[in-house]
Design a protein around this ligand. Structure first.
Ligand code: SF4
Length: 68
């Protein structure tokens, strides 16, 4: 799979590489459709997505989307 289409504007992707390398590999470089941040990009303006929302927090992402 290709790199996530949101990587240029994603705070997580552009954050500290060392702490997130494996997660980037798992989500951003392979299975971005499974990412919580990717989910929110489809529904919420980028500046409204919490900075600390992690790719594995899909329940939290669903709650954010349901509260729109
Ligand atoms: S954290 Fe999610 S939204 Fe951001 S670049 Fe990676 S897969 Fe895309």
């Amino acid at each position: 799979m290709d790199t996530c289409i949101h990587h240029n504007r994603c705070v997580f992707f552009n954050g500290p590489a060392a702490a997130t390398k494996s997660t980037k590999q798992q989500y951003c470089m392979n299975h971005y459709a499974d990412c919580a941040r990717f989910m929110t990009f489809q529904h919420i303006a980028p500046d409204k997505i919490p900075i600390d929302l992690l790719p594995n927090q899909r329940v939290r992402a669903a709650q954010l989307i349901s509260n729109i």
